[in-house]
Ligand binder design. Structure first.
Ligand SMILES: C[S@@+](CC[C@H](N)C(=O)[O-])C[C@H]1O[C@@H](n2cnc3c(N)ncnc32)[C@H](O)[C@@H]1O
Ligand SMILES: Nc1nc2[nH]cc(C(=O)O)c2c(=O)[nH]1
Ligand code: SF4
Ligand SMILES: [Mg+2]
Length: 258
């Protein structure tokens, strides 16, 4: 091979044709309303498509076809350009959610691009799929689904994902977050905590009314939060968990893009 051939081969290897990312929403800056970095100023990138169908999903438009006309196939550069158009320099953190972003290997390129621009990243995923780019994410939230969701946990898969995240360097954080609607869900969360005692564990109030404006939504959510606090305080195996509401739902209800 001549030197010209070699350099063109190298160029090809450096810039493979990349697959676009199916995006439903890019918004912010707003606060992260849930989990391990609650209150963090962040942008959100919400991908389309999910391998689950949770009965109470507050983002069902990502997978039920109702927003299929709004899905845009964007490159990482397109996403960066939109983030900076919307938010200028008023952000340093991006949360990738969905849907399940871990269905998409091509997010690896976006993560690298954000890192190169000094932006920290977080991901919301249910722990059903692995992608190597999860190794580069600053805060990974794994949210396995309790019985009320109607989904079944693949424990072997979750074990594998937790193991891989546990082997990362200490500057990279991860946690488990379980949404709780009832006693059975709480029982499930206790099982999860017992299985992964070393992993930071968050319990999150479930929002049963995910469509439109609801009367007394805040007070009903706060009652559910109070119930979850009371129950957790009674349980000696839950001394190290953190109990949180969905902060953004208390502030903005079911509004999209906040
Ligand atoms: C919409 S999901 C997208 C990311 C990923 N599919 C997952 O479930 O982790 C983002 C977070 O919202 C939570 N969530 C969804 N619907 C909810 C509801 N009705 N009440 C409380 N949390 C909810 C999920 O459990 C998850 O932690
Ligand atoms: N503010 C705000 N915080 C969030 N935390 C997790 C969200 C999600 O839908 O993944 C979310 C969201 O949609 N908005
Ligand atoms: S896994 Fe997440 S996005 Fe998928 S249906 Fe459940 S809550 Fe919704
Ligand atoms: Mg949400």
């Amino acid at each position: 091979m001549s030197s010209t051939d070699l350099s063109s081969a190298q160029t090809e290897r450096k810039s493979p044709v990349s697959r676009p990312i199916p995006v439903l929403e890019i918004f912010g800056p707003t606060i992260q309303g849930e989990g391990m970095v609650i209150g963090q100023k962040t942008m959100f990138v919400r991908t389309a498509g999910c391998d689950y169908r949770c009965s109470w999903c507050d983002s069902a438009f990502t997978w039920d076809g109702s927003a299929k006309d709004q899905i845009r196939q964007l490159s990482s550069e397109d996403i960066w350009s939109e983030l900076t158009t919307i938010a200028g320099n008023r952000f340093s953190h991006v949360t990738i959610s969905g849907g399940n972003p871990a269905l998409l290997p091509q997010i690896g390129e976006l993560v690298k691009l954000l890192q190169a621009r000094g932006i920290r990243t977080a991901v919301e995923t249910q722990g059903s799929r692995w992608q190597d780019w999860l190794l580069d994410i600053n805060e990974v939230t794994l949210s396995p689904k309790p019985p009320s969701s109607g989904m079944t946990t693949d424990w072997q898969k979750l074990d594998e994902i937790v193991q891989r995240l546990a082997n990362r360097t200490s500057d990279k954080a991860y946690s488990l977050k379980v949404v709780i609607f009832d006693e059975k869900d709480l029982e499930y969360a206790r099982e999860v905590h017992k299985r992964y005692p070393e992993v930071s564990m968050y319990l999150q109030t479930g929002n049963p009314d995910v469509t439109g404006d609801v009367d007394n939504h805040v007070s009903s959510l706060l009652h559910r939060y109070e119930w979850l606090i009371d129950r957790t305080m009674e349980l000696p195996d839950m001394n190290e968990v953190r109990v949180l509401p969905q902060l953004h739902t208390l502030v903005w209800g079911n509004k999209r893009g906040v």
